[in-house]
Design a protein around this ligand. Structure first.
Ligand SMILES: [Zn+2]
Length: 314
């Protein structure tokens, strides 16, 4: 039995079940939440999150991994309330987006590592809510400042054993840059998910990520750019056919509350960008592409469990 932390307390990894590996309860710009709370009423966001999480639960999802970085408005008490009121198991993140936040700019990189380790081992601030996954990101280029954040994240990973799940820009093949830095930091690449890999149309790139040992996070189902859901599913099927079902995780990167764009814009731009899209639409689509139920279970249940079970520091 392996115990890990969720927003509402410890669980046995056997109880993770159908897990979406890259989602968000609420994403925005932290300073706006802090200084303009009346523009972003928390009770309204909570109600919307609970409604959407309940819908995902009814569709068969039992766990979501929230990958909101600290500097994109992560709010662990909101996440915990949403988990409690919806019944969804939610894994809480720590980590920073692709640049060093201003508050750490003239500090040692170790200070970022120490904060992440504290989030994981003791809890976020005084909430007692413990993170169990590290998020980090690389956009079109892995510049020196980004590399520093990745190295700090790698150190926190090794000190705690919780998995790293990343954001990448696959058209720039930055997943490979991340792997190089993580390997240089002594990380086991088999404990790392290279995220947004389904934005790629280059199967050679994805095979290289897998052959280097990591998981491909096929985690943007429902976003129609740069790939449609059909194209994303077809790529998953091709990788499964090559024998890689044990190296793929599935998700949407969707948000219960997304404050980067007006809600109406999202409705027309990405109508399927919701946490029910995979269980309701993508699973049947994968079957249509010839993926077996055993392989679907492996990607949605087996792989997340294995990732979270490798939870020893090293
Ligand atoms: Zn995301």
């Amino acid at each position: 039995m392996v115990t890990i932390q969720t927003a509402t307390g410890p669980i046995d990894t056997a109880d993770l079940g159908f897990t979406l590996m890259h989602e968000h309860v609420r994403v925005g710009w932290g300073p706006m939440f802090q200084q303009y709370p009346s523009m972003f009423p928390k009770d309204k966001d909570l109600a919307q999150a609970v409604e959407r999480l309940k819908a995902a639960k009814a569709a068969g999802v039992t766990t979501i991994v929230d990958l909101t970085p600290i500097d994109l408005g992560r709010d662990v008490t909101l996440i915990a309330d949403a988990a409690r009121l919806s019944g969804m198991q939610i894994i809480v993140p720590t980590g920073f987006y692709y640049s060093i936040p201003f508050g750490f700019f003239i500090r040692d990189a170790k200070d970022m590592t120490d904060l992440m380790v504290r989030d994981i081992t003791e809890g976020v601030d005084t909430t007692g809510i413990r993170a169990n996954v590290i998020k980090c990101a690389t956009e079109t280029e892995m510049h020196a400042v980004n590399e520093k954040v990745l190295r700090a994240s790698a150190q926190a990973h090794r000190q705690t054993g919780v998995p790293i799940c990343t954001h990448t820009h696959p058209a720039s093949r930055t997943g490979l840059d991340q792997q190089r830095v993580f390997k240089d930091e002594g990380c086991d690449l088999g404990r790392i998910v290279i995220g947004h890999s389904d934005d790629s149309d280059d199967i050679g790139y994805l095979e290289t990520i897998i052959q280097n040992g990591s998981y491909c996070g096929m985690d943007r189902f429902g976003l129609s750019q740069p790939r449609t859901s059909e194209q994303r599913a077809e790529m998953v099927a091709k990788l499964v056919e090559k024998g890689y079902a044990d190296r793929i995780t599935l998700s949407h990167d969707s948000c219960c509350c997304f404050h980067w764009a007006p809600e109406e814009m999202l409705k027309s731009f990405a109508p399927n960008w919701r946490m029910t899209h995979i269980p309701q639409d993508i699973v049947p689509m994968l079957r249509g592409y010839g993926v077996s139920d055993a392989n679907i279970t492996q990607m949605t249940t087996g792989n997340p469990r294995r990732l979270f079970e490798m939870n020893q520091p090293y």
